[in-house]
Ligand binder design. Structure first.
Ligand SMILES: Nc1ncnc2c1ncn2[C@@H]1O[C@H](COP(=O)(O)OP(=O)(O)OP(=O)(O)O)[C@@H](O)[C@H]1O
Length: 685
């Protein structure tokens, strides 16, 4: 197929159109050959997978091999709608080209090799591919020509060349980049591998042991950067991260559904994605706190309250111990036992680990006596029996009693200790009555952070190799500590925007959050190019910034298209239905955003008008219209956004203006604001 010349974009005006078409045909042939090679790779992997069980010696090896091969088969899946490659690098002959001088590489989503093992497509994460994202006219990094490909429905339709060796560079003026950014959104979030920008790439390719905090205005690609960094790190440190794991933390389930397809599309299927509450849910939530009570429970001082309360369990009176053992009786004096407890205490272990350490030391003292008397070493069964001996357990229960996380939290909620909290704060969190049992306790969402903190004091938990935390401005100190416990030996990518902080405890400065996360020295890096929100909409939303009391760097929108309408109406539902109908005449998704309490009414109005609509967490829905409560819209985006009654959104919560800022920055193309009540003063003309 030959395309008309205007489909071809090329910075080299000296090249005649027919040459460009020949070039394009050559690229299409390479695409077809690469797809065929990928299919052969997959066939081979599948054949290995089906025989893997026979060749592997034992069941364990067979299972491990099976898992590896199954993942390999999944990795090699070819999606006909996503291009196998999106770029090409032609290395020149300058010294910077090193071993690649004169070589040409296609860059894509995964490695594809021909039957001789020669690369046909390089994975975007490979070291050579870095130049695709970073090379510039000023620093060509050995590249003579960088080519970007334009695709439509899986078909290669155009390309753009930058002769970096001749000082040509398109940067954000690239038409292929612009088309990608302006492509209508449908369904879940997509990957951005073809168009990662240099400032983003620097973050994506940061080393595994580096923790970073990214502060970026709405739509600057923070989420995209975090997910691509996870994929990059998994590629580079596959074995290490498979053992320890990679975790992505998002603000709510609607957001997690929205981003859930990005990593699998990049071949990464083994990343855990969770909200903080999911991550720490150890008890069933059956009640809600007042905001004031929750704010106390999320305060960092609660860590000290719990630690002190736990410490108070240690150190009852020590009596000498006598343990019967057949015809023998072993004795340990009080002084020896007291010293043993003090020694373990000085080791600063988690409480439960320390209790077991004391048990082990007592058994070892008994063992020494037995060896001296019997002349041989006791077996494992004897050691276990001594460890469980009533006298040993009684001693432990006396000096270091077992405590469960729930019991410890219940203790401080039944009678909040004085010392750290003010009297008012203690009354706020006090349970009106002690529950009959821990099972029947009316735990709240905020109690989850307390139970998790208590669990962390009692038992150390395994650390992920890398944790990506999105919308991190809303983390409370206690939530940050919960994440710190899960990333103690790993690194963190923290993503957020202080201006979008809506939680009562939202961060005012990143250093504080980083300190609670145990990464006080992580660099705070700004992202400043906006890929989502059109400039006119950004300008409107930015009028709120001065009243949000945060110090954040301004961003520049790459989008000069799009539209903004603000309309005072008398019938909100009718006006909303009209707006949605108008939006449906364009391509792309439509999001209606309103105060949480208004959502059901708006959905009913749409349904009555015959317009199919869905909720934000229903990603399977075919409906183009989604009605989203303002409280869950963070991180999401729609081509057309209809915001209904901003005043109600602002009034619904203490940080309502921050919420409105989030709501107004969800639009990719058009934003319509409908109101009956006056807009907040700063938004009025
Ligand atoms: N380099 C890029 N090329 C193309 N599209 C991009 C690029 N970077 C980001 N985008 C797109 O811009 C949109 C916004 O990105 P993303 O959701 O990651 O921003 P964000 O900073 O997390 O926003 P928010 O603050 O609202 O959560 C997404 O559709 C994303 O795919």
């Amino acid at each position: 197929m030959t395309l008309p010349a205007d489909h071809l974009v090329n910075t080299d005006a000296t090249e005649p159109a027919s040459d460009l078409e020949t070039d394009l045909d050559g690229e299409r042939a390479h695409l077809t050959a690469s797809r065929a090679a990928l299919r052969r790779m997959r066939d081979r992997a599948e054949a290995l997978f089906s025989t893997g069980g026979n060749v592997a010696g034992d069941a364990y090896t067979a299972e491990t091999l099976g898992r590896t091969l199954a993942r390999r088969v999944a990795e090699l899946a070819d999606d006909p709608d996503t291009p196998l490659f999106f770029g090409r690098l032609d290395f020149g002959s300058s010294p910077a080209a090193e071993d690649h001088a004169g070589h040409r590489y296609h860059v894509g989503r995964r490695h594809v090799t021909d039957d001789d093992g020669e690369p046909m497509v390089l994975d975007w994460r490979a070291p050579v591919s870095r130049a695709f994202y970073r090379a510039s006219a000023r620093e060509p990094q050995g590249i003579a020509v960088r080519r970007r490909f334009g695709f439509a429905a899986g078909l290669l339709t155009s390309f753009e060349d930058e002769h970096l060796d001749r000082g040509e560079e398109l940067g954000t003026a690239s038409r292929i980049l612009t088309a990608e950014i302006e492509r209508p959104r449908v369904g879940p979030m997509r990957d951005i591998v073809a168009t990662i920008q240099p400032e983003q790439d620097e973050l994506v390719r940061a080393d595994l042991d580096v923790s970073i905090c990214v502060q970026g205005a709405p739509g600057t690609g923070k989420t995209a950067v975090g997910l691509h960094r996870a994929a990059y790190l998994l590629y580079l440190h596959r074995e290490r991260l498979r053992r320890s794991g990679v975790l992505v933390v998002g603000p709510n389930r609607a957001f997690l559904s929205y981003i859930s397809a990005v990593l699998p599309a990049l071949g990464e299927v083994e990343v855990e994605q969770a909200t903080v509450d999911d991550l720490i849910a150890a008890v069933r939530v059956r009640a809600e706190d007042s905001t004031a009570a929750a704010t106390v429970k999320h305060d960092a001082r609660m860590a000290a309250v719990l630690a002190t309360a736990l410490d108070a369990h240690i150190g009852g009176d020590v009596e000498p111990m006598t343990v019967p053992d057949g015809s023998y009786r072993w004795r340990i004096g009080a002084e020896v036992l007291r010293r043993l407890v003090d020694d373990v205490r000085a080791e600063n272990l988690p409480y439960g680990t320390a209790r077991e350490r004391i048990r082990a030391r007592v058994v070892s003292l008994l063992q020494r006596q037995s060896e001296a008397r019997r002349g041989d070493s006791p077996n494992d069964a004897w050691l276990r029996r001594m460890g469980k001996a009533k006298q040993v357990t009684d001693f432990l229960d006396q000096v270091w009693p077992a405590v469960t996380p729930e019991a410890l939290v219940a203790e401080i909620l039944i009678d909040p200790p004085a010392g750290v909290l003010t009297d008012d704060e203690r009354e706020l969190i006090r349970w009106p009555a002690a529950p009959r049992s821990l099972k029947s306790a009316k735990w709240t969402t905020a109690d989850l952070v307390l139970v998790d903190e208590a669990a962390g004091l009692i038992e150390r938990r395994p650390s992920f190799g890398h944790v990506v935390v999105d919308e991190a401005q809303d983390l409370s100190a206690m939530q940050a500590r919960a994440i710190a416990r899960r990333s103690e030996h790993g690194s963190i990518t923290l993503l957020g925007d202080l201006a979008q902080g809506t939680a009562p405890w939202a961060a005012a400065d990143w250093r504080e959050t980083l300190r609670h996360l145990g990464k006080p020295d992580a660099e705070v890096v700004p992202l400043t190019i906006g890929f989502r929100v059109p400039a006119a909409v950004v300008a409107f939303a930015n009028r709120l910034l001065p009243v949000l009391a945060v110090d954040v760097p301004a961003a520049r929108s790459l989008r000069n298209d799009g539209g903004l309408t603000i309309e005072a109406v008398t019938d909100l539902e009718a006006a909303m239905v009209d707006e949605v109908r108008a939006a449906l005449s364009y391509d792309g998704s439509v999001g209606v955003i309103a105060a949480d309490t208004a959502v059901d009414g708006l959905r009913a109005a749409l349904t009555k008008a015959g317009i199919e609509n869905a909720t934000a967490d229903d990603v399977e829905s075919e409906a183009r219209v989604t009605v989203v409560p303002a409280s869950v819209v963070k991180g999401l985006e729609y081509d057309h956004v209809v915001v209904v009654e901003p005043a109600a959104i602002v009034e619904a919560e203490p940080r309502g203006l921050h919420r409105l800022y989030v709501v107004l920055t969800r639009a990719v193309s058009r934003l319509a604001v409908l109101h009956t009540a006056p807009l907040p003063a700063v938004l009025r003309d």
